[in-house]
Write a protein that binds this ligand. Structure first.
Ligand code: NAD
Length: 338
């Protein structure tokens, strides 16, 4: 790509989209268009020098406007959140199919060179995730399909759109299946936050209020892997520009499996506190276990996400702690915008 090629990022008012915009700006790209349906004042990050537009990308006409002159399109826009959100709001999750449907068609018609779609590990067959000690998921495990209801099926269908736009129409598409992403500028409160941010917030809250207790969703034996945001943005760039990965879904996550109970212990050690644990067995807990098999990404890119969880969590904890203090001081913070 030339540094003055126009890059469009959809969902740029959110966590990963906003971070991706900053990533490309820092790499020296001079023409970036950031689009999100949230009013600009509610974006998590706004990068100076970037065109920032408020548009609903589930609308066909808006997609046509958004992609004009773009060389590359990154679709990070979706109505989503952690388990608490995707288990309760399946219709909202399914409706994100409209975003990809219209955006990829508009991109194709506008002659966009490459199109990126942010899929998810929730696209995998849930039957393979019933044990905390599950084997890691490899790309072929999405079929036979039995994805997470709502959110996961939307991801699978949108992946297929990308594959067929390549097969039938020759457009270069890229598809990454993200495994839980965490880091600064992510949602940390309000109902859409994911486990790492929620646990950091709960530990910070417990320290601040002196209530030395933490509520954990489920029995805490559920296992996951967590990828730091800087690995995610770098991985998106690598996958998008790998000619051997066109229209090929690929895991983007770490293979460092950890139980939620151990994640709590890790955050407690960062916060320098030990809390009494209360397990809420009625709360959403998601699948029992999920990990990323990174054999394919290592083979294709000679790389895999590699920020150690402790290191990434330390940075995230500090950022959330500052957000927490700012909110207490009456300042506006990221989660206020939800
Ligand atoms: P996010 O909620 O922080 O960001 C998504 C953004 O999309 C939001 O700002 C939202 O306003 C915007 N959006 C929603 N509907 C829109 C529409 N119709 N038009 C324009 N913008 C719209 O989420 P995120 O964590 O940044 O996730 C980005 C992408 O990565 C999503 O596709 C998500 O499904 C995928 N993903 C994320 C994770 C994770 O752990 N964060 C894991 C797997 C997949």
């Amino acid at each position: 790509m030339r540094k003055d090629d126009l890059i469009l990022v959809g969902g740029a008012g959110g966590f990963i989209g906003g971070s991706l915009v900053r990533y490309f700006r820092d790499k020296g790209f001079t023409r970036i268009r950031a689009v999100d349906k949230k009013p600009l004042a509610m974006w998590y990050q706004r990068t100076p020098g970037v065109e920032s537009w408020c548009l609903d990308l589930s609308d066909e006409a808006n997609c046509k406007v958004a992609v004009k002159d773009a060389a590359e399109v990154y679709n990070l826009a979706a109505d989503m959140g952690g388990m608490g959100f995707i288990e309760r709001f399946r219709v909202e999750c399914l409706r994100s199919v409209l975003i990809n449907t219209h955006l990829i068609e508009a991109a194709y018609r506008a002659g966009v060179e490459r199109y990126f779609y942010s899929s998810s590990a929730c696209a995998y067959n849930v039957k393979l995730q019933e044990d905390p000690n599950c084997r890691a998921l490899k790309e072929s495990d999405a079929y036979p399909a039995m994805a997470e209801r709502g959110y996961g099926w939307e991801k699978l269908v949108s992946e297929m759109f990308c594959q067929e736009y390549t097969a039938e129409r020759g457009m270069k598409t890229a598809i990454a299946r993200f495994h839980n992403v965490y880091g600064p500028w992510g949602t940390w409160d309000g109902g859409r936050e994911k486990a790492p941010a929620a646990i950091c917030r709960k530990v910070i809250e417990a320290k601040d209020t002196g209530k030395k207790e933490i509520v954990i969703w489920g029995d805490g034996h559920q296992t996951r892997s967590f990828m730091y945001i800087a690995d995610c943005t770098l991985g998106i760039d690598k996958i998008m520009h790998a000619d051997n990965l066109i229209a090929t879904p690929i895991n983007l996550g770490t293979s460092e499996l950890i139980s939620i109970n151990d994640l709590v212990s890790l955050v407690e050690s960062i916060g320098g506190v030990k809390l009494k644990r209360k397990h809420d067995l009625d709360a959403p807990r998601g699948v029992a276990g999920r990990n990323s098999d990174n054999t394919f990404i290592k083979k294709m890119l000679n790389w895999e996400p590699n920020t150690p969880l402790r290191k990434g969590l330390r940075t995230t904890y500090k950022w959330i702690e500052q957000q927490y203090r700012d909110r207490k001081a009456g300042k506006r913070v990221v989660e206020d915008v939800i």
